[in-house]
Ligand binder design. Sequence first.
Ligand SMILES: [Zn+2]
Length: 485
Amino acid sequence: MLSNATLYEPVIGLEVHAELRTRSKMFCSCPVVDSVSAPPNTAVCPVCAGMPGTLPVVNQMAVEYGLRVALALECTVNPVSIFARKNYFYPDLPKGYQISQYEQPLAEHGRIVIETAAGEKVIRVRRVHLEEDTGKLTHVSERGYSLLDLNRAGVPLLEIVSEPDMRSVEEARAYAEALRDILRTLEVNSGDMEKGVIRFEANISVRPVGTDVFNTRVEIKNLNSFRALERATAFEIERQTKRMEAGEKVEQETLGWDEANETTYSQRSKEDAHDYRYFPEPDLPPLWVEEAWLESIRANLPELPRARRRRFMEQYGLSDYDARLLTGEKALADYFERAINGKSKIHPKSLANWMTGELFGLMNQANITVADLRVSPEALAELVGLVASGEINPSTGKTVLAEMFQSGKGAAEIVAARGLRQVSDAAFIADIVRQVLEENPNEVASFKAGKQTVVNWLFGQVMRKAGGKANPGVVRAELERQLGE
Ligand SMILES: [Zn+2]
């Protein structure tokens, strides 16, 4: 019997690696290519292949992107930061070290406000630093070898390290999503999680609720999706809690996440900074960030997702849910505002419904983003306006949108060409209703015998006979009137 059972809470910190969408790599002029579609080893030079005698040169745009993130996270930017060598051997690291930042990172002491069901919470950001990505290994285990692609070696990487401020899986996910949205809004990262452009590492320990000790923590590496982050974190919290309850110790170790079996597995035991023998990179001078440069970057920061979401709720009267859906991606939020501010005067809430419902559905089906959309914001606004004014009914609106989505044609153009204007003419509709009732005497009889639901079926028949163009309100009223006679 457990009386006074101890409750445990997790202590979670996240390290996030985000690839920066610069045109060239961090320390050479090789292009940054798509890691999935580009042929392997086609964007490699002596610098990123780690040839002896080559010299790295810092990519200024990568620094600027890093500064955008640092400022958006309200960090203190260090006027001078130092690149350092992080030494370790792995086949995907041709130089035998990674150029990173250690003692003096680009920026420190920032924050991200997350929102969960419990409300808002500030998660502190410990540091933001620049480094380079490694190559990519593909293990062909059944053949007993691995393939190495160096296209990714040297791609600029931003590491964002939080303080261990998260206390639940939900908070960890909210933090990860908020950060992803910020990176996308700043246009420094594509947010394409499936391409591995954002990777998470979670530091997790468990302690009795009400204490402020920091127990031995484990680190789970290379979590490439929100789902993996969630599952791995939940798994590890449970594993550690069980050990604590059994009076066993948690070992400090680095874990991997086995996606298929949904378990963590040990990769390395105890790993400390001194194992990497960091030292200042002798081939790169200290990085100076001039105040004037920093201020110009600050002045050009876009409105961040949280601020924009709040504005969407206040200015357009959208629900938190809709505002969240529409502001997660800058391009999408821009699309919404262009549609609202165009010459068709439409209700923001209707537009939001059309976007998050029909349009997102079509986009998901076709697996495209807003950038590939053939429906312009103005065209969508026109469609929403046609439905609002009663020119076409909502169901016709969906048909028209589907055609706009395929052809890129305008809404009014499609409505005119296909004769889809809604018919509200009372005499015309009364006539069709009369015909349908005459053709279906059995259904009319069962309605009169008390089977009310039959009216919906009759409604469908009338709409079909009218080619889907009849005003549904007028049809329903007329049906009820004639059935009541
Ligand atoms: Zn290169």
